[in-house]
Design a protein around this ligand. Sequence first.
Ligand code: SF4
Ligand code: SF4
Length: 252
Amino acid sequence: MFPSWESFLACYEPVPGLMLFPSGAANNSSSSSARARARVAGRELASDDQTVIKFILCDQTEPRMRRHTLAAADDDSLPVIIPRNDKAVVPISPERVRRLRKHLVLTLRALRTMKGPEHSVSPLRPEPEGFAGHVARTACSLCKGWCCRNGEDHAFLDEGTIARVRCASLALDVRSTLRLYVERVPEVGYENSCIFHGKQGCTLDRSLRSDVCNSYFCGGLLAYLTGDEVVIPTMVIAGAGDNLRTSPILMP
Ligand code: SF4
Ligand code: SF4
C-alpha cells in the first residue's frame, strides 16, 4: 500500500516548471537562449485549465535555481527542471486525522444532498505512457512530491472523487468510505505536506486520489509532456543547491 516513488507519478498527468526545449528547439542551447525558450513555455502553459495554472504559478521553480541547474544539464540531452521536496519526515498527528475525517464527512454529506451526483463523478485519468511516462516517474521520484504540500489535510478529495470511488464499489457505505481513507494515513509523513504523503510516496492508490492529484504536473514536467520533443535523451534536474539531484540521461 505504500507505492515507491518509482511508481508514484500517478499523481501527475498534468498538476505543480518549465520546458527548456519546446517544439522545434535545437539542443545546443546557451543558458540565455534556454531561458528565452522557458518563457515561451510559460505562455504555452497559460492555456491550460485554471486549477492547473493555479498550481503552476505557486510551484514554479525560482529563476536563481533555473540558472544554477541549467549548467548541470548535458549538452546533448533535454533538461527537465523540477523542484525537490526537502522536508523532514514527522509523525502524523491525531489532530490531522480528525481534520481529514471532518473533511470527508462534510464531502459525503454534500454528495448526499447533491442533485444528480452521477453527473459529478470525476474521471479516472490515465498516466502518461511510454518514454514520457518513464521521464515523469523519474522526475516525481527524484522530486519526492514537492507539490504534495498543497494537499494539507484534505488531499483535494471532493464530491467528484468520492462519487467516483463509491461508484466503483457499490458496497461502500459512508462508514467504509471513511475507513478506506483514514486507514491509508501513514504513521509518518513529510512535514507540512499532504496527510497521505508518506516516506515512500503517496499512500493512496491512483483510483482513490482526487482529480487534481491525477491531473497535476508541475510546470517543468507539464512543459516537457506537452512539448514536441518528448522522445529524445532527457535528463531530469531536481532541486537546487545541496538539495540538487540529477537523473542519469534517460534514453528513449
Ligand atoms: S512537483 Fe513536479 S516532479 Fe515533483 S512530484 Fe509534483 S509533478 Fe512530480
Ligand atoms: S493525495 Fe496527497 S500525497 Fe497523494 S498525490 Fe495527492 S497531494 Fe500527493
